[in-house]
Each structure stands twice: as structure tokens, then as C-alpha cells.
Design a protein around this ligand. Structure first.
Ligand code: ASP
Length: 346
């Protein structure tokens, strides 16, 4: 993990600092691809995406592979073995968006291993953007996806049993800096911390945005949603414009954290529009965070929202309400690195 000072100097990936050619008027037309994912478990996602980008493939294929990689990882809080809702059901949400405003989404999907790929099928083979619940599952089965058994990971099972003791419905998410829930960096899987020391689940979402060698941008978001949510609840992650937005003239943004707060602000779309107005990726993410905080500064102390952004020049930025948010960057020039995000409270 880089020191804070080093992070500050690297937190914006300016093209010249990576020795990359510029898009407009540069010496070379070739761009270096880059992929950025939320959290340190973004390493798994980026590892899925990178071979596609490295081979000159399309950003859309890369982000789908990122989603598949993380949905295959049982120690991360997304996918079939992740945290259930308050009634014990794992319900998955995902979306994907390409460089031509094509987008697809599935919500409240049960027992299908790769919601990100179902979302892509919705995008590519139907006239619709979003399918929900039993209809989304039926569509997946008709398109060759298998119906998987119901199975929670050991961590998710433990966390759910713990939660059932009080069954307190507190839709609070990702408060990494709470003294009560300060996470152990020991972790439960390859990446820490999927769960806090007291068994409270941490983040539940993986978002990935990528720029390919042809200069095209795409993004995806996949999640089991907020742990122990009301049955039927859907957050920001599969909502185009809230959890994810891509405009190939500008760049891409993906969000994580308390989805209700992101939806109110149309967080990802707002950040893309702020970049259109000339803000850097980090400044755009910061302004979205500030608007969320401004709505209720006291309450904002109790939840997390974080955004990552990538512009067409390959610059990356992030901002979060609470500290402890991190994001993972893989590009041609550097090995994969995890960076701590700047935060509003911190
Ligand atoms: N944004 C997700 C949701 O609200 C949760 C998360 O990012 O951890 O469902």
C-alpha cells in the first residue's frame, strides 16, 4: 500500500506521468488501456479484465470478465454465496454499459451465478434495459445460464446467524471508520476485510470501469446488495445513472456504498456530467460526495458512499464519505496497485 504522500502524487493518473500518448494531438494514436475497480478486492476483478485489455480487446468484454472473476470469488461479498436479505435469500443485482450508451441490467435475481453476463444478454438480445426477479431468472435460464443451488459462504452464514439474534433492521453500510466495527486487516479471504471483527458484513459491491486500446470506455457493477436488506430491495448498483454511467465522450463512473443515497443524486451520471464540465475525475467524485453529505451532514457520518471515475484521457480519481475506501488500478505501465481514496470525513 503506498504512503499517503505517494498516493497524493499518484491519485490522479495523468497521461504524461504514465508516459502515455495523448488522445488529441499526441505523437501516437495508440492508447494504453487501463482498468479500475472498487476496493482492494478489485485486484480479482482487474485480473479478470486485464488479459482482454492487454490483448487489444474491447473494454466491454474486459469489464464483463471483471464481473465474472469477482462473482466466482466466494470470499468476496458479491455473488451467490454473499450476504442474504433479512429473510435469508441472496438476491443479486448487476448492470453493464458500453461506449455507445447500450446498457443492460438485472435486479432481484436469484440462483444465477453470473448476473453481469445476464445483464449483458439483456443489453444485447432484448429491446429492454432492465429485467427483474422471476422474469430475469426465466430469461437467464432460457439463455443457457444454470440454476444454481442455494448456498451461503461460511462467513455470510455466520454473519446472518449473528444478525438474526436481534434482527435489527438498520440499513447501514460500509462504516469502515466506526470504532465499534473497525475491521481487522487479517481478513477472511484473499482480501481484507469482507467482514468486520464483530461479524458485521462490510461492502457488498464490485464496480469496474475500463478504457481500451481503441479509446473506448465501458463499465459494470455487480452486487448482492446491502446485507440483510428488506426482501425485494434494490439499491443503486444495477441502476444506470445511479450506480454506473458511461459516456464515451467523457468517461465512466461507478459507485459503492449506501445505494439509496447514490440513487437520490443519480451519482454516477452526475459525476460524468461534472467531468464534462471540466472537473478532474477526483473533483467530480468529491462534488457528488459533498452533495450527499450536504443533504444531511449528521446522518452522513453514519454511512459510506464512494465513487471511482475514469476519463477518456485515462485519468483516474476517487472520493468517499468515510475513510478506508480503496480502489485498484491496472494499466500497461504499472503493476496492479491498490490506492486509499481521499474522503470527506477523515
Ligand atoms: N451499493 C450497494 C447497494 O446499495 C451496496 C454496496 O456498495 O456495498 O446495494
Amino acid at each position: 500500500m503506498p504512503s499517503r504522500r505517494r498516493f497524493l502524487s499518484l491519485s490522479t493518473f495523468a497521461l504524461p506521468s504514465l508516459g502515455l500518448p495523448t488522445l488529441f494531438g499526441g505523437k501516437s494514436a495508440a492508447l494504453k488501456p487501463i482498468v479500475v475497480s472498487t476496493w482492494d478486492s478489485g485486484v480479482t476483478a482487474n485480473n479478470g479484465a486485464w488479459p482482454v485489455l492487454k490483448a487489444g480487446g474491447h473494454a466491454l468484454d474486459a469489464v464483463e470478465q471483471a464481473g465474472i472473476a469477482i462473482e466466482n470469488e466466494p470470499s468476496c461479498c458479491v455473488g451467490l454465496e454473499a450476504n442474504p436479505d433479512r429473510d435469508g435469500h441472496v438476491t443479486l443485482d448487476a448492470c453493464i454499459m458500453d461506449d455507445r450508451f447500450n446498457c443492460g441490467s438485472v435486479v432481484f435475481l436469484e440462483r444465477i451465478k453470473h448476473p453481469v453476463s445476464v445483464a449483458r444478454k439483456v443489453m444485447e438480445t432484448t429491446p429492454h434495459v432492465m429485467l427483474a426477479g422471476a422474469g430475469a431468472q426465466q430469461f437467464a435460464l432460457q439463455n443457457g445460464f444454470a440454476l444454481e443451488p442455494v448456498k451461503l459462504s461460511a462467513d455470510a452464514q455466520k454473519a446472518y446467524q449473528n444478525w438474526l439474534k436481534k434482527s435489527e433492521y438498520k440499513p447501514v453500510i460500509n462504516i469502515e471508520n466506526s470504532p465499534k466495527t473497525k475491521p481487522s486487516r487479517k481478513g477472511n479471504g484473499p482480501f481484507a476485510p469482507s467482514y468486520f471483527d464483530d461479524g458485521t458484513p462490510n461492502h457488498d459491491t464490485m464496480g469496474t470501469i475500463a478504457l481500451d486500446v481503441s479509446g473506448n470506455v465501458s463499465g459494470m457493477c455487480t452486487t448482492s446488495g446491502m446485507a440483510f436488506k428488506l426482501h425485494g430491495r434494490v439499491g443503486d448498483s444495477p441502476i444506470i445513472g445511479a450506480g454506473l454511467y458511461v459516456d464515451n465522450e467523457i468517461g465512466a463512473v461507478v459507485c459503492t456504498g449506501q445505494g439509496e443515497e447514490v440513487i437520490r443524486m443519480a451519482g454516477a451520471h452526475l459525476a460524468v456530467e461534472l467531468m464534462r464540465q471540466g472537473k478532474s475525475p477526483e473533483a467530480a467524485c468529491r462534488e457528488v460526495v459533498e452533495r450527499i453529505v450536504k443533504r444531511d451532514p449528521e446522518r452522513a457520518k453514519t454511512f459510506q458512499v464512494a465513487l471511482i471515475a475514469l476519463n477518456k484521457s485515462g485519468e483516474v480519481g476517487a472520493y468517499a464519505i468515510q475513510k478506508e475506501f480503496s480502489y485498484t488500478v491496472t494499466s500497461g505501465e504499472t503493476p496492479t496497485k491498490v490506492f486509499p481514496s481521499k474522503s470527506y470525513f477523515g
